[in-house]
Write a protein that binds this ligand. Structure first.
Ligand code: NAP
Length: 340
C-alpha cells in the first residue's frame, strides 16, 4: 500500500518546528514565514513572466482579458506552463518521474501535470460566511440544494474536506439517494465516492463519521510530521499518505489521479477553499448564497486572504445562475477544462 507521496527529503532543521498546536504557535509562524517567502519568490517570477508577455503586447492584459476571453485562456495556459516548469525545478526528488511526463525527453513539449477535474462547492451567507461562530452546525442550504449536492456527489469519484470541517461538522460525505448509489453500481463504480481529507496536525476523532460511515475508500493526505502518529491513531479506518510539509495539494491531486479519481468534489472548509483557489486548482465553482446574514467576524468566511487568479483584471466566467426556492446557485468556470 502506498503511504507516502514522495520519499520525504531530510528537512532543514529550522523548517520543522514542534507539532502544531497552541504551544507551537511561534514555531508554526516561522515555518509559515518560510512558506510565504517561497510563495512571494514564485509570485515574483510569475509577475516577471506576465510583464514580459505584456511588454510584447501593447494591450495591457487586464484590459485585454475583460474583452477577449481567448487572450485570457491563452495567458492562463501560459501561466500553467510556467507553473508546471517551476514545480519540476522546485521538487527535485519527488517530481522526477512526473517531470519526464511533463517536459518530455528533450524538454520541448510541456503540458500540465495530470490531476482530476476539480469542482469546489459550498454554501455561504449573504455576507460571505460558511458558518457562524457557535458550536451548532449552521444550515445554509435548503432541501432542493441538498438534493443537487447529492447528485453532484454521485457524479464524482471522490469528495475532499479539510480536517477542521470533520472536527466542526462531523459530515458523512455520502450519497444519500439509493437510486443514485444503484446507478453508480450499474456503471461499475463503488456505490459511494471515496472520501479524502487533508490533515496538518490531525488529531481528528477516529470515530468521526468521515471514517465510520460508508463502505468506501478513505484517504488522508497528512503533513509529514504527523503522518506516523495519525496512521497509528486511525489504524485501518483510512489510508494515511504522507503529503509533505505542509501537504502539497498538486502532488495530492496527482496521486488521486493515479488512483483513478477523474472528478473531485471539494467541500470545504475555508482554509481548503483558499488553498485550492489561490493555487488555481479549481475548474468549476458552485457557490450557493443563503438569504441571511451571519455578521460575526469570528466565523469562517468562504475564503481567507490570498492572491487569487481571478481579480478585477481577470474576471471569472459565470456559466449559470439558478434560483432554488430561497437560495441561489452561482456557477463559475474557472479553467479552460470547464465541462459544460
Ligand atoms: N457552508 C459550507 O458549505 C461549508 C462546507 C464545509 C465547511 N464549512 C465550515 O468551514 C469551517 C471549517 O473551515 P476551516 O477553514 O476552519 O477548516 P478546513 O478548511 O475544513 O480545514 C483546515 C485544516 O485542514 C488542514 N490543512 C489544510 N490544508 C493543509 C495543508 N496544505 N497541509 C496540511 N494541513 C492542511 C489543517 O489541518 P489541521 O487542523 O489538522 O492542522 C487545517 O487546519 C467549519 O466551520 C465548517 O462548518 C462550511
Amino acid at each position: 500500500m502506498r503511504n507516502a507521496l514522495t520519499p520525504p527529503a531530510a528537512p532543514p532543521a529550522d523548517k520543522h518546528p514542534g507539532e502544531r498546536g497552541d504551544s507551537a504557535r511561534p514555531a508554526r509562524a516561522e515555518s509559515n514565514a518560510t512558506d510565504r517567502t517561497a510563495r512571494a519568490e514564485r509570485d515574483a517570477t510569475d509577475r516577471t513572466v506576465r510583464a514580459e508577455q505584456d511588454a510584447t503586447d501593447p494591450t495591457a492584459h487586464t484590459e485585454r482579458d475583460v474583452t477577449d476571453p481567448t487572450a485570457r485562456a491563452e495567458r492562463d495556459v501560459s501561466d500553467r506552463t510556467a507553473r508546471a516548469e517551476r514545480s519540476i525545478a522546485d521538487r527535485p526528488a519527488c517530481a522526477e518521474s512526473a517531470a519526464g511526463e511533463i517536459a518530455g525527453g528533450d524538454n520541448t513539449a510541456v503540458t500540465p501535470r495530470a490531476r482530476p477535474y476539480v469542482v469546489l462547492s459550498c454554501a455561504m451567507s449573504l455576507d460571505g460566511y460558511l458558518d457562524d461562530a457557535t458550536d451548532e452546525r449552521l444550515v445554509l442550504s435548503n432541501s432542493e440544494d441538498l438534493d443537487r449536492v447529492d447528485a453532484m456527489r454521485a457524479g464524482c469519484d471522490a469528495i475532499l474536506v479539510g480536517a477542521n470541517t470533520i472536527r466542526r461538522d462531523n459530515p458523512r460525505l455520502l450519497v444519500r439517494a439509493q437510486a443514485r448509489r444503484e446507478q453508480r453500481a450499474e456503471n461499475g463504480l463503488s456505490p459511494q465516492p471515496a472520501k479524502v481529507a487533508i490533515f496538518g496536525h490531525g488529531d481528528v476523532d477516529p470515530e468521526s463519521r468521515f471514517f465510520t460511515d460508508g463502505d468506501t475508500d478513505k484517504i488522508v493526505y497528512c503533513a509529514t510530521k504527523t503522518a506516523g502518529r495519525n496512521r497509528t491513531r486511525l489504524g485501518d479506518r483510512a489510508e494515511v499518505v504522507d503529503g509533505g510539509e505542509p501537504v502539497d495539494l498538486e502532488l495530492a491531486l496527482e496521486d488521486l489521479a493515479a488512483r483513478g479519481v477523474g472528478r473531485l468534489l471539494v467541500e470545504g472548509g475555508s482554509t481548503v477553499h483558499t488553498m485550492f483557489l489561490t493555487a488555481g486548482l479549481v475548474d468549476e465553482l458552485h457557490l450557493v448564497v443563503a438569504p441571511f446574514f451571519v455578521g460575526d467576524g469570528r466565523a469562517p468566511r468562504f475564503v481567507g486572504d490570498g492572491q487569487f487568479p481571478w481579480h478585477r483584471g481577470n474576471r471569472a466566467t459565470m456559466v449559470d445562475v439558478r434560483r432554488m426556492d430561497d437560495v441561489v446557485l452561482l456557477r463559475y468556470a474557472l479553467s479552460d477544462r470547464f465541462e459544460a
